[in-house]
Ligand binder design. Sequence first.
Ligand code: NAG
Ligand code: NAG
Ligand code: NAG
Length: 229
Amino acid sequence: MPPSKRIALLGLILAPAALAHFVVNVPPPLGSNIDNEDTAPCGGFTPSSTDNTTDFHVDGDAIGLTTLHAQCFFAYRGMLGTSLTSPNWTVLIPTIEEFGLNSFCEPSIAVPSSWAGSSGLLQIIQDSEDGIHYQCMSVNFVAGKGTVPSTCTNSSGVSAQFTSDNTLTSIESGSSSSPSQTSSSQGTSSPTTSQPSPSTSKGAAASVASLEMVSGSILAGLLCALFNF
Ligand SMILES: *[C@@H]1O[C@H](CO)[C@@H](O)[C@H](O)[C@H]1NC(C)=O
Ligand SMILES: *[C@@H]1O[C@H](CO)[C@@H](O)[C@H](O)[C@H]1NC(C)=O
Ligand SMILES: *[C@@H]1O[C@H](CO)[C@@H](O)[C@H](O)[C@H]1NC(C)=O
């Protein structure tokens, strides 16, 4: 294989990880920068008056993102106002474990109905194999239920389930106004019963393990091919 082709192939393998860990698309985020994505609470961005502020319906609205990790956990939180000095985040749905690359759309995330008429922030936290990553979105909470934009979709092969993740639970506990060390508190702070219900899969742990082995051997095979081992 000519060296130029090797470099191009290597670029293909490494490029996605160099762009971002995940990017929120709907509603638009404050900003997205791989270098700061590990910085809490908003990936290195702070809300400002020039933000792209989107209406978000309190009875359920869509949050769509692109993930470049084949398996990860997501926390969805929201708060009134935009001051990050002492943020009072509310956990909106239980922790989600997501499988599969590219687009992942939660079509109907609800916030407390009393938030309608106020501005605020939404936050997504990703716990993945290489760390914790953050994105925030500036929104105007409005009454009613939103419609799912055509840009909010699931890529084929994407699936998700509610779960519990110690790392996200401890982040949630640390910044909550009523700290709790029990993971069971996650579900109780959900504002409505009309949560999205990702499919549940009891064999998830086993399939994650085998998925990692498969992707590991594909990567090993590609690297061997590249360097003619
Ligand atoms: C605001 O968000 C919309 C939708 O994602 C996007 O098309 C537009 O370019 C954004 N504007 C700014 C100033 O970021
Ligand atoms: C935090 O937000 C929740 C949900 O809106 C609210 O019930 C609670 O009173 C707030 N706590 C503080 C200290 O503002
Ligand atoms: C994406 O997949 C999740 C998990 O299966 C599901 O809850 C959600 O409704 C799907 N999103 C769309 C837009 O169909």
